[in-house]
Write a protein that binds this ligand. Structure first.
Ligand code: FE2
Length: 181
């Protein structure tokens, strides 16, 4: 009910699949072919291999996005994650507001993340394929704010889509596990 089957058919079946197949074609026969996806992101970023970086980062970002959601998601975080959010943002409600505003305020295509940076939580916006993986931050959860993520279901109402992500889809137990790991 929050994200339609049609959106997922396009988003997972066409957009994400397209990044994966372009990445596989680009690394064939190169040193990159034997590297982990994370290492491909770091190396292509350092080398300025922009085309390869974009497809590698989009492959990683989307896989992480699917694992940021659950059919039984939403609600409120508990335990250590709840305390860390309260400490940084004041309350879960304030965090939600900041996260939604950050995603809605990201001009053009990109992503909004909750990351751990040096033991502290932070909301980070990235443009296009940019990913916190390349800057050594620890991603905890992400929402895709490219138009392809929401246009079929929400048209121009990106903030409504972000609100639904936070309230109905976000997998806080997975976030708690990542924070502990
Ligand atoms: Fe996407």
């Amino acid at each position: 009910p929050s994200v339609s089957a049609r959106t997922l058919e396009f988003h997972h079946g066409k957009h994400h699949a397209g990044y994966v197949s372009k990445l596989n074609a680009a690394i064939e026969g190169k040193d990159y072919a034997d590297m982990s996806l994370e290492d491909i992101i770091l190396k292509s970023s350092a080398n300025g291999d922009n085309g390869l970086f974009n497809n590698a980062a989009q492959t990683w970002n989307h896989a992480f996005f699917w694992h940021s959601m659950s059919p039984n998601g939403g609600g409120k975080p508990t335990g250590g994650l709840a305390s860390a959010i309260d400490k940084k943002f004041g309350s879960f409600e304030k965090f939600s507001e900041e996260f939604i505003n950050a995603g809605a305020g990201r001009f053009g295509s990109g992503w909004v993340w909750l990351v751990e940076n040096d033991g502290k939580l932070e909301i980070v916006k990235t443009g296009n394929a940019e990913t916190p993986v390349a800057s050594g931050l620890k991603p905890l959860i992400v929402c895709d704010v490219w138009e392809h993520a929401y246009y079929i279901d929400y048209q121009n109402r990106r903030a409504d889509y972000l609100k639904t992500f936070v309230e109905n889809l976000a997998d806080w137990s997975a976030v708690a596990d990542r924070l502990k790991a």
